[in-house]
Design a protein around this ligand. Structure first.
Ligand code: CA
Length: 233
């Protein structure tokens, strides 16, 4: 592979936005490709596995959701980071997209600066996730989580969590900065006797925050979408 540049595929049917993104990605040093519809996107992905995809959800023909579903269902494309481009007020779509495996989303209209920062963050997170070894301990700021022993410490003091609370915390803390929908959190806990509903997730989070005390704010609410563990601790 002689080309060292990170390649980004932009999928967007609005010409102005497509051109703007293409121009700025190239300027920022990326190798940028464009597709104006779903079919074109799938062709471009098959031809040249991009390192990241900026995916508009509302596309003529095969829409962004369907692309997301297909990419995540295919071994060869499962790991490609996807940032959804959504319109304001499309929280339900954001939730669906995240559940289909998109990494993140950005709401239109967006500033190029913010978008480029988001691209970098998602690439970095993906890299970190791949590097994350099988160590059983997560250390985030003043919080220490030991999976093997279901042990949590805040500033060195053990905290008593229920099993469900522990699993919820583990799911969030293992992917700082990633938004998890309630359903994804339910899934992370599933398999236990405890039946977890969306509403129950909110209750678990409220309880967790309280028990985590000075680290409670590490769990952030993403309005209309879900929860996220604070990044950069
Ligand atoms: Ca569109």
């Amino acid at each position: 592979m002689s080309n060292q540049k990170t390649s980004v595929l932009v999928v967007e049917d609005e010409e102005d936005i497509l051109a703007l993104l293409h121009y700025n990605l190239i300027k920022a040093g990326y190798d940028a490709e464009c597709a104006a519809d779903g079919e074109g996107a799938l062709e471009a992905i098959a031809a040249k596995n991009p390192d990241l995809i900026l995916l508009d959800l509302m596309l003529p023909g095969i829409d962004g959701m369907e692309i997301c579903r297909r990419l995540r269902g295919d071994e060869s494309t499962r790991e490609i980071p996807i940032i959804m481009l959504t319109a304001r007020g499309e929280e339900e779509d954001v939730v669906r997209g995240l559940e289909l495996g998109a990494d993140d989303y950005i709401t239109k209209p967006f500033s190029i600066k913010v978008l480029l920062a988001r691209v970098q963050t998602v690439l970095r997170r993906r890299g970190a996730l791949q590097q994350q070894s099988d160590t059983e301990e997560l250390v985030r700021g003043d919080l220490r989580i030991h999976s093997g022993r279901s042990l949590v410490q805040v500033e060195g003091e053990s905290v008593d969590l229920t099993f469900t609370e522990f699993r919820v915390l583990e799911a969030l803390a293992s992917r700082p900065g990633w938004v998890l929908t309630r359903y994804q959190i339910v899934n992370a806990v599933r398999g236990e006797d405890y039946a977890v509903t969306d509403r129950a997730v909110d209750v678990q989070i409220a309880g967790l925050r309280k028990k985590l005390g000075s680290c409670g704010h590490y769990i952030e609410t993403v309005r209309g979408v879900g929860y996220r563990f604070m990044e950069g601790l």
